[in-house]
Design a protein around this ligand. Structure first.
Ligand SMILES: C[S@@+](CC[C@H](N)C(=O)[O-])C[C@H]1O[C@@H](n2cnc3c(N)ncnc32)[C@H](O)[C@@H]1O
Length: 203
């Protein structure tokens, strides 16, 4: 699928309902980023803004980047509803460049083909101030055979090893496949996610 087609598909998906995802932050974002001192953050592929708004509520200055204007409109609305402000940037995550260094780059379920995935992670690690963090949570490739939901194409799924390799040069704090409980009509299911948290050592 080309970028324009992918963007249109996301716009349509975000137009169809109120919030496609929950407005609560992802559980691993909450668990692993709560202890970080607020600074400047980029949420790459921010969608409807659930993680960006959670960070902003904790005092982070957040730039929410996504190529879907419809998703970003909802992110801006979610921020306003929570009385916080976030900077909204409509851009392709694979070519976006921030104006300066930041303390956190969050990448949450930005399921891209291998080249895009690698570009995003290799760029993200160069945007960090010393002590800064790249945080990745995404559908793991193993989810296709052993987990619930998520993309059915292995091409757009992550693996821990590949994510760690792309973040070469950072100190890896967490690198694992984690289970996420999903409540469905037929009971609880487990989705498998790649979780990687990596830090640029302080000088
Ligand atoms: C599954 S959603 C996740 C949204 C959000 N990170 C979250 O966890 O709720 C994936 C998001 O990535 C965005 N996206 C996909 N490919 C992109 C690209 N090349 N550049 C920018 N955004 C992209 C989509 O528009 C969508 O909002």
């Amino acid at each position: 699928m080309g970028r324009d087609t992918a963007r249109q598909a996301w716009d349509e998906r975000y137009s169809a309902r109120d919030y496609v995802w929950t407005v609560e932050a992802n559980q691993f974002v909450e668990a692993e980023l709560s202890d970080l001192a607020p600074g400047e953050a980029i949420d790459l592929g921010a969608g409807e803004g659930r993680n960006a708004v959670w960070l902003a509520l904790r005092g982070w200055k957040v730039t929410a980047v996504d190529f879907s204007p419809v998703g970003l409109e909802k992110a801006a609305r979610l921020a306003a509803d929570n009385d916080v402000s976030i900077e909204i940037v409509e851009a392709d995550a694979t070519t976006y460049r921030p104006q300066g260094l930041v303390d956190l780059v969050a990448v949450s379920y930005l399921q891209l083909p291998p080249d895009g995935r690698r570009a995003v992670l290799e760029h993200a690690k160069t945007w960090l101030r010393p002590g800064g963090t790249v945080f990745v949570i995404a559908h793991d490739r193993r989810n296709i055979s052993d987990g619930y939901g998520g993309p059915s194409s292995p091409e757009v799924c992550y693996s821990v090893d590949e994510t760690v390799a792309a973040l070469d040069g950072l100190e890896i704090e967490i690198a694992e496949v984690v289970g996420r409980t999903v409540t469905t009509e037929s009971g609880e299911q487990t989705a498998l996610d790649t979780l990687v948290k990596a830090t640029l050592p302080a000088a």
